[in-house]
Design a protein around this ligand. Structure first.
Ligand code: FAD
Length: 414
């Protein structure tokens, strides 16, 4: 087994790291001031995106770009170390057009859209000329079971008429969000997994209403602001249907695999940053006659974080490799494994980092409370831990032996 990155992957990693160090990180304070502080758009984002694109660092999370589509053709495995670098700052992925939920939406469109739909909706996303959202979760039903999704989509002539409500829709409150992919019931009388379809809904369609912006654990998602949406007799052309009627689950699954693994890759990078923060902070402060880093407890926390992180990275790489080799069908067990392992790790490491930082750890002066909230969020979003653990358990094979005849146990006295 060879655990090194390929030469090509290492070359792209170095290139992205150099761009990040020279162009992205130096603007972080300005980003905090403009975007997080004043709710303005980052004045430098357009220029930075152009530079990134000119450097070939564009649409890095899309392994299946067509010849006509702009971007760097990387495999999922090649993308993993690059996503880690971006994960160090919440806004960095946007510089390279690699932000959620747009990338998973692009993947859904690449796989399921007609040529007309691709020209109208996918192309502008690939060019970063617009933003998008994905609407599945609803306030009135337990949406971790997607068969509960109740928004109605009724065929009426050449249109579908949509009625329902969605919430926690990432990106829906972004001023540039021009469309969302909505999941709803098209045939309530068929099998539960064939009832739903996905349709592209322009945000400007009459009847689409942003009810409110939502925050999560007090944190605002400045890159893709979260919204609650109402759909009141929203009429969209049947030509906007993404995939065939009844294929809503298929479309959702196609985008959810990459969505989950990309979040995990970025979170691993965030954990690297948290370890660095702990190292520096603990070595700069003294308490009771010693620098904080001299205490066994602190050293142990940092070492344990390293142990967990290295395990998680290997699991993420294997998952990415499986996605490359066998597509989502061959990788979905690995996707569930990583989706459970990484958010829990991020939550634990952020919790330790907060402790190491003392009061500052929970303040806006440090990114630790956002990291903690992010880890906590990922244990719920894109399928709660319990749902993934259930899937993992179901795939656990039952040994063919019984306790009474097991060759691993000593003979039972008769
Ligand atoms: C910040 C944020 C952003 C989000 N962005 C989006 C988005 O862009 N688009 C979108 O559609 N959704 C989004 N979501 C919604 C997210 O995907 C859902 O919250 C998640 O799928 C859970 O659905 P629910 O909230 O309805 O919880 P419920 O389905 O009500 O589940 C509540 C709890 O029940 C338990 N549970 C459920 N199933 C099982 C089981 N099988 N075994 C044991 N326990 C179980 C779990 O503990 C679970 O957390 C976002 C959520 C957050 C917090």
């Amino acid at each position: 087994m060879d655990f090194e990155l390929s030469e090509r992957s290492e070359a792209w990693r170095k290139k992205l790291q150099a761009f990040f160090d020279a162009e992205v990180l130096p603007r972080h304070r300005a980003w905090l001031e403009h975007v997080a502080g004043n709710g303005e758009a980052a004045p430098f984002m357009g220029d930075l995106q152009q530079k990134a694109r000119a450097a070939g660092l564009w649409n890095l999370g899309l392994p299946e770009l067509a010849d006509s589509e702009p971007g760097t053709r990387l495999s999922n495995l090649e993308y993993a170390p690059l996503a880690e670098i971006m994960g160090r700052l919440f806004w960095a992925p946007e510089v390279f057009n690699c932000q959620a939920p747009d990338v998973p939406n692009m993947i859904a469109l690449q796989n399921c859209a007609t040529p007309e739909q691709k020209a109208r909706w996918l192309q502008p996303l690939l060019e970063a000329k617009t933003r998008s959202a994905f609407g599945m979760t609803e306030p009135d039903v337990a949406s971790s079971d997607a068969t509960n999704v109740a928004t109605r989509m009724v065929r009426d002539g050449d249109d579908y008429v949509i009625n329902g409500r969605k919430w926690f829709i990432t990106g829906a409150a972004h001023p540039h969000c021009s469309f969302l992919i909505v999941m709803g019931v098209t045939d309530p009388d068929t099998d539960r997994t064939r009832r739903h379809s996905c349709i592209i809904v322009p945000m400007q369609t009459p009847g689409v209403r942003l009810v409110r912006r939502l925050r999560w654990m007090g944190c605002e998602d400045h890159v893709a602001p979260i919204g609650e949406l109402a759909f009141d007799n929203v009429r969209v052309p049947a030509a906007n249907l993404l995939g065939a009627e009844g294929e809503g689950f298929k479309v959702a699954q196609i985008r959810l695999g990459p969505a989950r693994i990309h979040h995990c890759m970025r979170s691993i990078g965030l954990c690297e940053l948290l370890i660095e923060l702990m190292m520096v902070r603990a070595s700069e402060r003294s308490a009771f006659g010693r620098t904080v880093i001299e205490y066994d407890t602190i050293q142990r926390w940092i070492a344990e974080a390293r142990v967990e992180l290295e395990q998680a990275r290997l699991l993420a790489y294997r998952c990415a490799w499986r996605l490359d080799q066998a597509g989502h069908d061959g990788a979905w067990r690995d996707v569930s494994l990583i989706k459970v392992a990484v958010p829990a790790m991020l939550q634990r490491i952020a919790d330790r980092a907060m402790q190491v930082f003392g009061a500052m750890g929970g303040s806006d002066d440090a990114p630790i409370h956002q990291a903690l909230a992010w880890g906590r969020l990922l244990r719920i979003a894109d399928g709660p831990d319990e749902v993934h653990l259930r899937q993992i358990f179901r795939m656990e094979p039952m040994p063919t032996w019984s306790i009474a005849n097991s060759p691993y146990l000593s003979a039972h006295p008769s």
